[in-house]
Design a protein around this ligand. Structure first.
Ligand SMILES: [Zn+2]
Length: 291
C-alpha cells in the first residue's frame, strides 16, 4: 500500500500539537463491516469518498493509528492500536504484527517512558494493544510512568465479558495495568486539563468516549469508533457489525454531526485513512466529510 497511508501527519490546535502515527492499514470489502447493507447505495457519495476512503471498487480502507498529543507539556497517547505478536480476528493484516511502534514513538519525541497519560476511547483490542508489551514472557505496562485513563462504564462492562472476538485484551492489555496500579477510572465527561476533555459517544461500546481538544479558540475532536469510516456520515444508520447497540450508535452519530457539522472544528477519525482529518459539512438532508 502507498506510503502516504503511513505518513506521519501533524495538526496544531491552538497550543496543542497532535501527531498521527500509523500501525497498519487494512483494505477490506465494505461488506466486512456492513454485511447487511448494499454498497451501491454509496454511489451518490463517491465524489467525496473516493479515492481516499473507498478504493478498488467497493473496498474500504481502515487505518489503525495512534494520536500523540502534546498539551501544556503533557504527553498523551490516545488509543494504543493492536500491538505486536498477537493473534487477532477478522483481518490477516494485524495478526502477528512486528512493527517498530515503540521505536517510532521515540523518534517522534514520545519515548514510552515519557508518556504522562494513556487514553483509550474504548476497550476494544485495537485500541488497547500497546498498553502492555511482553517482557520475559509477561505482559507488562509499556508506559510505566503514565496514568491510564479508562472509562468506568466501559471497564464495568469488559471486566466481566471477554470480547466476542476472543482477542484476550482483558488478560493481555487491561488487567496488567490494574495490577501495576496505573489505572484511573474516569467518568464520561472527564476533563484532563484546560485543553483536553472527553465527550460521551456510546453505542459502539457502552462507555465509548471521544476526545475533545480546545485551545485558543480552536477545536478538534478524535472520534474513536463512533465512526469507523467516513461513509457513516452519509449513512449513519447503516448497521456496523462491530457496534454493540446499533440504535444508540446511530443516534450518537447523528448528534455528533449536529454538534460538529458546519463548524470550524477539525474531526480526526480514529480509523480514517489519510488524510484522516476533515470537517463535517451538511449535504442535502445529511452530512459529508470534507477532507
Ligand atoms: Zn477500532
Amino acid at each position: 500500500m502507498s506510503d502516504r497511508l503511513y505518513d506521519t501527519l501533524n495538526w496544531q490546535i491552538g497550543d496543542v500539537s497532535i501527531t498521527r502515527m500509523v500501525e497498519v492499514v487494512i483494505k477490506t470489502p465494505i461488506s466486512t463491516l456492513f454485511p447487511s447493507e448494499n454498497p451501491d447505495e454509496l454511489k451518490p457519495y463517491h465524489d467525496w469518498l473516493k479515492p481516499n476512503f473507498i478504493v478498488d471498487g467497493d473496498n474500504i480502507l481502515i487505518s489503525i493509528h495512534a494520536f500523540l498529543i502534546n498539551a501544556g507539556g503533557k504527553k498523551i497517547i490516545v488509543d494504543t492500536c493492536a500491538g505486536n505478536g498477537k493473534k487477532l480476528p477478522l483481518f490477516d493484516e494485524w495478526t502477528n504484527l512486528d512493527t517498530p511502534f515503540l521505536e517510532n514513538m521515540s523518534k517522534l519525541g514520545f519515548a514510552p517512558d515519557s508518556i504522562d497519560l494513556v487514553m483509550c476511547t474504548h476497550l476494544h483490542f485495537d485500541h488497547v494493544g500497546w498498553n502492555t508489551h511482553k517482557v520475559n514472557g509477561e505482559w507488562v505496562p509499556t508506559f510505566p510512568n503514565a496514568r491510564y485513563l479508562f472509562n468506568e462504564t466501559e471497564w464495568d462492562y469488559w471486566k466481566d465479558h471477554e470480547d466476542p472476538y476472543e482477542s484476550h485484551a482483558l488478560e493481555h492489555a487491561l488487567q496488567p495495568i490494574f495490577d501495576a496500579k496505573l489505572v484511573q477510572l474516569i467518568g464520561p465527561n472527564h476533563r484532563v486539563n484546560d485543553e483536553i476533555s472527553l465527550i460521551p459517544t456510546p453505542g459502539h461500546t457502552p462507555g465509548h468516549a471521544s476526545v475533545l481538544i480546545q485551545s485558543k479558540g480552536e477545536e478538534a475532536v478524535i472520534t474513536g469508533d463512533m465512526f469507523h469510516h467516513p461513509l457513516q456520515m452519509a449513512k449513519p444508520g447503516w448497521i456496523d457489525m462491530a457496534d454493540m447497540d446499533t440504535d444508540v450508535a446511530e443516534q450518537t452519530r447523528i448528534k455528533f454531526m449536529q454538534r460538529f457539522g458546519d463548524t470550524s472544528s477539525t474531526v480526526l477519525g480514529t480509523h480514517f485513512a489519510t488524510p484522516t482529518a476533515g470537517k463535517i459539512v451538511s449535504d442535502g438532508d445529511g452530512y459529508r466529510f470534507e477532507s
